[in-house]
Design a protein around this ligand. Structure first.
Ligand SMILES: Cc1ncc(COP(=O)(O)OP(=O)(O)O)c(N)n1
Ligand SMILES: Cc1ncsc1CCOP(=O)(O)O
Ligand SMILES: [Mg+2]
Length: 201
């Protein structure tokens, strides 16, 4: 499976409706701490916008609601995976992306036969407190060697100036949150990401 090299991650359907029409082809809805009804409405809205614009939606964490809302791709961290019903996810035909931060997590992820594996944080991130030190570019190459042909996603502290480095190290896709959502001009920054990831498309 080929992943788009630009992987946007946002926390609301409003962000998806705002940025996906610019040409984003791979987006994750990463919602935290919202009630079930809001979550469902957000997933439904996000799915609608992605269908209209031919964008692949990936729902973070909430795999049951994703199935119920007709989505086809979920992202799970290691703790999410341990609590999830992997057979139900596969039986429903969902594609699956998994987070990894160390070798043990990598082997756990490979055993689950995912559709991509993410490695992070590559650089320091301001999005959330991480237990792991920044992994660096050499780790991407080591991961690529182990996971291929499973696509590899790099995440954490990425910006347009760091893209050449992560792709040359072996990443298939670069995921981003705050470089875009905290940018003074998210639309212009999104266009810059689309442009700079073109050579790997
Ligand atoms: C592409 C991608 N990579 C890693 C993560 C992190 O997932 P997780 O470890 O479950 O942490 P939360 O995002 O749920 O806080 C991700 N969401 N996407
Ligand atoms: C969720 C997550 N997992 C590893 S790094 C990260 C945060 C990525 O956010 P940003 O692109 O703002 O550094
Ligand atoms: Mg999670």
């Amino acid at each position: 499976m080929k992943l788009d090299p630009f992987y946007l991650i946002v926390d609301s359907a409003a962000w998806i409706e705002r940025l996906v029409p610019l040409g984003v082809k791979l987006v994750q809805l990463r919602i935290k701490d919202r009630d079930e009804a809001t979550l469902r409405t957000e997933i439904r809205r996000a799915n609608g916008a992605c269908v209209v614009h031919g964008c692949q939606l990936i729902v973070n964490d909430y795999w049951r609601t994703a199935i119920e809302e007709g989505c086809d791709f979920v992202h799970l961290g290691q703790e999410d995976l341990a609590a999830a019903d992997l057979l139900a996810i596969k039986y429903a035909g969902l594609k699956l992306g998994l987070s990894t931060h160390d070798h043990l997590e990598l082997e756990t992820a490979i055993a689950a036969e995912p559709d991509y594996i993410a490695l992070g944080p590559i650089y320091p991130t301001v999005l959330k407190q991480m237990k792991w030190a920044p992994q660096g570019l050499a780790r991407i190459s080591a991961w690529k060697h182990r996971v291929a042909p499973i696509p590899l996603v790099a995440i954490g502290g990425l910006n347009p100036d760091r893209l050449n480095g992560v792709f040359e190290a072996g990443a298939d896709s670069a995921a981003v949150v705050t470089d875009i959502t905290l940018n003074a001009d998210p639309e212009a920054r999104t266009r810059e990401w689309i442009e700079k990831t073109k050579p790997w498309r």
